[in-house]
Design a protein around this ligand. Sequence first.
Ligand SMILES: Cc1cc2nc3c(=O)[nH]c(=O)nc-3n(C[C@H](O)[C@H](O)[C@H](O)COP(=O)(O)O)c2cc1C
Length: 365
Amino acid sequence: MDGLYGLRHIKHMTRLATAIGSFPLNNPVICGSGEPVMTEAGIRAALRAGAAGGIAKSVNENPAGGRQLDKADYVRLDALGYPTSEQGVSLFNRSGLSQRDTADWFASIATIDNDARMDGAFVAASIVYAGADGAVELASLARHAGLRVLELNVGAPHASEAAPGAIVQETDPARLTALVRRVRAATQGMQLWIKLTGLSSNLPGLALAAREGGADAVCMMGRFMGLVPDLTTFAPLLGTSAAYGGGWALPIVCRFLALTRKAAGASFPLMGTNGVRSGEDVLRMALCGASAVEVLSATMSEGFSAISRMILELNSFLTERNMNFRELIGRAADGLAGYAEQPDLPGRWRDFVPPETISDADTSL
Ligand SMILES: Cc1cc2nc3c(=O)[nH]c(=O)nc-3n(C[C@H](O)[C@H](O)[C@H](O)COP(=O)(O)O)c2cc1C
């Protein structure tokens, strides 16, 4: 048996089939980039669990990015943002980049990608860039290694806190178009996916800018940055600001997916990331326009079997309703209305205030 439910079993769940543009996927659950897929063994485990593909742990050209991994630290937080020794609902951490030699790493993941291709799966190279020249250089290396997919992360949340020059975050649409255009030129024939930041409110504008530069798809949105004051030490937990993500982020991502679909049209492929914890969550992002999702934190708290579980949950949901995944993509996004279009609900606010607010003594109401 592969993984919890088995890759072969999952491969035959045909109602889960989806695609990123012309790139077909067996199902919409991709294992996102991060420490769990920083080794070949981790990537193979994600694929065995049934993931449609895996985005290998990111690299960049600046050794400071790799050195930052030695300063990485992680804590789980409960629903109110307090540290917990349980699974928690949020992960709060600072991370770093892979310390592997890039050419060696890309060659190695290309071998896994080649094996995965037989099963209709894939392994992507990922770059968290430190500068445009470096991004182009690494993109060329990925292409020469024979990889089919490159994800360029232009929004790693750690950019502001990392050593100067180690990580760049791009929030300017014109600069993003120029960057993507250069990377596109170095990745002809590959899928080029751009992962956008969670720290800008202009996700639709950035998605359009990435498309303008020649991206095949965008993934949104990176995690947020937070600071958790520690009530034992009165100092910042982990000593720094750090990236903060959890299931609570999903509605925020969903809104940006829907707004981006509206701006870019249904034919431009979107992927969702940040907050998916179940098969139902995969579907919620799909309803807002995501053709697939990238999940990571769930594998850190639960193991790679989280991927199998989500796929199975999604399949059950769709089987019970005799539906296919693809027919649901964008349904909620396309029904998104403005406030002014809503029916009047006079006095509805009264149900949400303390009784004193509307006491008989106040005649102004
Ligand atoms: C510990 C950790 C390390 C990560 N490292 C990377 C990375 O190297 N490159 C990248 O593009 N995203 C990275 N991510 C972001 C994840 O791929 C994913 O987009 C994010 O965690 C949101 O999804 P989730 O809620 O399923 O975790 C990292 C996330 C975590 C938690």
